[in-house]
Design a protein around this ligand. Structure first.
Ligand code: ATP
Length: 515
């Protein structure tokens, strides 16, 4: 199986997503809108399935988590209280020659990642050379070349964190110059000063210019949860610890938006805030780290493709934070954030609204502002992780090659293609009966055009996990041939067992059990 961590693979992902109706550039006939995307007929299904897999894992598998759906528009003071008006900034830097704009922190992070990859390459080379007795840890700690790379992979991130903490933007520029970081596109090192840039989109609500109020499009869904904390706690009679989950659109005026759906200006988040007793938050932080990683692993996309990355620089509200990073075609990058947000948000909303946002603990006989654990994942980023990881080129045993989209079956837009071998002899009629039976529990596609081999190939590219073929024997044995997309093995299955055969392999409830 070939999964290339390179530009070519990424280009392939982009064109495959378009060709097979997964993702289109927004307003494409007008030359598109930068960093805004539309989901096509297959994309919308994949996206919905990811959302549903997350939603059920949160709200159905946990008795103490409920969901809500809050508005995108919120009272403007929400964003003052949350700190977004004053501190939701990214440091930007322009290259004077190429006129390209970058995030200064990302330039430094990419520099570190490059050196980490160099170190890993050296270690892998040595492992090959020394064979079985090779001690990778010892090698990394003693080999001068690896040590040099590791230093360049870690030191700059720590310095960057300090500089950003101290809001020392001149220092950030000096660091970029000292590391001799060049524009990744042109190689130019002719940089402007670093400036802060607020990422929130402003808009107005109201009919006339004099009475209109300035609003922001929400840059995260979390604040809708915080401001409803008491509503949900009281109406749901929730006891601490409990969680509130939400999925929905968020908007950020991203400085750099060149990575397809990885970084968009309009995107969707899936967030869960878990309210706990103060002092227990770090225990819950560890629990949620593990729970979220288990969710990811249940999809079978390769444990080696995930890693935790603990934060050096915490957001203004956090006392512990980690990212779950995924190995995208452009390297390991943040897929999900897990943050211990303390009582920052609820306290800030108490101060700004003048309303108490507290929980009365009957055991201790006192009220307190709960602490919060947050898990926050981008739905579109998860889509990209799933899609890019699934698109593989394979050499076949008997010679030849194929490209196949090995989406986890639970997420695939179409679960089974129902294919009469020929367009005659009563085979389409049987196939249609099967469609009519299956359509109540899963998405299926009926197809009779082209040879069976071509239809298999098309569904491999489309990500359909099972192809069901109705042939002449079907009339005698009342069975069909089921072909597995990934192994390409074929199995004869009685029509009466087909529904349960497929359900046991594609249904959400079966997959959720793997978490
Ligand atoms: P990054 O450092 O990549 O900008 P972040 O740390 O600002 O991300 P959070 O504020 O923690 O991100 O948001 C939680 C999740 O929302 C991220 O892990 C990511 O999956 C998703 N996300 C954030 N910004 C975007 C975006 N512009 N486009 C798509 N997804 C996003």
């Amino acid at each position: 199986m070939a999964k290339n961590n390179d530009q070519d693979q990424f280009k392939k992902v982009l064109s495959h997503a378009k060709e097979y109706g997964y993702v289109f550039q927004s307003s494409e006939i007008y030359d598109g809108l930068s960093a805004v995307y539309d989901y096509g007929q297959n994309g919308v299904e994949l996206k919905k399935n990811i959302r549903e897999y997350w939603w059920q894992a949160m709200t159905q598998l946990n008795q103490d988590i409920v969901g809500i759906d809050t508005a995108i528009f919120m009272h403007p003071t929400v964003w003052k209280a949350s700190g977004h008006v004053d501190a939701f900034n990214d440091p930007l830097i322009d290259n004077k020659d190429s006129k390209k704009r970058y995030r200064a922190d990302v330039l430094v992070e990419d520099y570190c990642e490059k050196h980490l990859q160099k170190a890993n390459k050296e270690i892998a080379k040595a492992a090959k050379r020394f064979g079985e007795d090779f001690d990778a840890k010892m090698y990394a700690e003693t080999n001068p070349r690896v040590m040099g790379y590791m230093k360049k992979a870690t030191e700059p991130t720590a310095r960057l964190a300090q500089l950003l903490e101290a809001e020392d933007l001149e220092g950030v520029k000096a660091l970029i110059e000292e590391l001799e970081i060049a524009d990744p596109d042109t190689g130019s090192k002719n940089w402007t000063d670093v400036r802060q840039f607020n990422l929130m989109f402003g808009t107005k609500i109201g009919a006339s210019a004099d009475t209109a109020t300035d609003l922001f499009l929400r840059p995260e869904t979390a604040q809708g949860i915080f401001v409803n904390f008491l509503n949900v706690q009281k109406s749901g009679r929730m006891k601490i610890p409990f969680g509130i989950a939400q999925t929905g659109k968020a908007f950020r005026n991203e400085i750099v938006a060149r990575q397809f759906i990885f970084r968009q200006r309009e995107f969707e988040q899936m967030e869960m805030q878990y309210f706990v007793k103060p002092g227990t938050e770090l225990k819950w932080f560890e629990i949620w780290k593990e729970k979220r990683m288990a969710w990811h692993r249940s999809l079978g996309m390769g444990d080696e493709n995930y890693r935790f990355h603990d934060h050096e620089k915490m957001a203004h509200y956090a006392n512990a934070a980690t990212d779950i990073e995924f190995d995208f075609p452009f390297g390991f990058k943040e897929l999900e954030g897990i943050h211990s947000r303390t009582d920052f948000d609820l306290k800030a909303h108490e101060e700004h609204s003048g309303k108490k946002l507290q929980f009365f603990d009957h055991e201790d006989n006192k009220s307190y502002v709960p602490y919060v654990l947050e898990t926050s994942i981008g739905l579109d980023r998860m889509f990209l992780a799933v899609f890019s990881n699934s698109l593989v080129d394979e050499k076949l045993d008997g010679g030849g090659e194929r490209t196949v989209l090995k989406l986890p079956a639970v997420l695939a837009p179409v679960k089974a293609a129902i294919l009469p071998l020929l367009k005659k002899d009563g085979l389409p009629e049987i196939a249609n009966e099967i469609v009519d039976e299956l359509k109540w529990s899963m998405n299926v596609a009926y197809e009779e055009k082209d040879s069976i081999g071509k239809r298999y190939a098309r569904h491999d590219l489309n990500g359909t996990p099972y192809c069901v073929t109705i042939d002449h024997d079907t009339k005698e044995d009342h069975a069909v041939t089921v072909r597995d997309r990934d192994t390409m093995t074929q199995e004869r299955v009685a029509i009466k067992d087909l529904k349960s055969y497929l359900e046991s392999r594609v249904s959400m409830s079966e997959w959720l059990r793997k978490i």
